[in-house]
Structure formats: structure tokens, C-alpha cells
Design a protein around this ligand. Structure first.
Ligand code: FE2
Length: 145
């Protein structure tokens, strides 16, 4: 099963989404500034969204009779993204989050091709990419880009 491109893609997404969710939580808890309420809400919303989507990836892996990565050790080993380090300004949080969302979106473009033999897995990835791209747009708008 190790060479199954669906399993590889879904586990990569579990790792990247899990780390991004924790980074969003860090932002939700620690953001300060004149737009505190909006930023706090936004980062809380994306935390919830990322956690829900991660569950879809893991449950798809169980449906194809394998086991998702499930430990923080494996998540940190597999993710290409970095944990945020405080202190950060609200703007730095938005910029880092945008860069991470763009990175995830780019890898999803490749995964949509590598999972083409399994339309169900591909559909999950494409559906999640729609959310990622929507949030990336919102982050660009928050940054005035
Ligand atoms: Fe909260």
C-alpha cells in the first residue's frame, strides 16, 4: 500500500492540515491589534474548518483499508510546513497563513492528477482545495493584496 498515490496524498494532507490547524489555533489565541475581534474569529473559523477536512482525509484512508497517520510525531515528520513562533503581529500571522494555504493549494493541484484513478479520493481533494483557495482569497483581501 506504500506506493498507493491516494494514501500518500491523503496522509500528506493530514500532516499539512493538522499543522496548519494548530498554527491557526496559535493565531486565534494570541492575535492582538485593532482588528482583534475579526482576526480572532477568522483564525478560529479556519481552525474548525481544517479540523473537519482532516477528518474526511483520514476516514477516506480507512475506507480504502489502510490507516491514517495519527500521531504528532508523524505529522511533524511528514508536513512540509513549519510551526509558527511567537511573537507575531496580526499581519505576520495573515501573511504566514496565506503562504501556507498557497503551498497546500499547489500540492493539491498535483494530487488531483496523482489520484485520478480514484475518483472518490480525487473528489475529496478537489472539494477541499475549493475551501483552501477561498480562504487564500480572504487572506489576500485582509492583507490588501
Ligand atoms: Fe476560541
Amino acid at each position: 500500500m506504500e506506493n498507493n498515490p491516494c494514501l500518500t496524498a491523503l496522509n500528506q494532507l493530514i500532516a499539512d492540515y493538522s499543522l496548519t490547524a494548530q498554527n491557526a489555533r496559535l493565531c486565534h489565541w494570541n492575535v492582538i491589534g485593532p482588528h482583534f475581534e475579526d482576526d480572532h474569529e477568522f483564525f478560529g473559523e479556519i481552525y474548525d474548518e481544517l479540523a473537519d477536512e482532516t477528518d474526511l482525509f483520514a476516514e477516506r484512508i480507512r475506507a480504502i483499508r489502510s490507516n491514517p497517520i495519527s500521531t504528532l510525531t508523524d505529522i511533524l515528520k511528514i508536513t512540509k510546513l513549519k510551526e509558527y513562533v511567537l511573537p507575531m503581529t496580526a499581519r505576520q500571522m495573515q501573511k504566514n497563513m496565506l503562504a501556507d494555504y498557497e503551498c497546500i493549494s499547489n500540492e493539491m493541484w498535483e494530487m488531483a492528477e496523482s489520484t485520478a484513478d480514484d475518483a472518490v479520493t480525487q473528489d475529496i481533494i478537489v472539494g477541499s482545495q475549493r475551501q483552501i483557495d477561498k480562504r487564500a482569497w480572504m487572506l489576500r483581501a485582509m492583507l490588501g493584496e
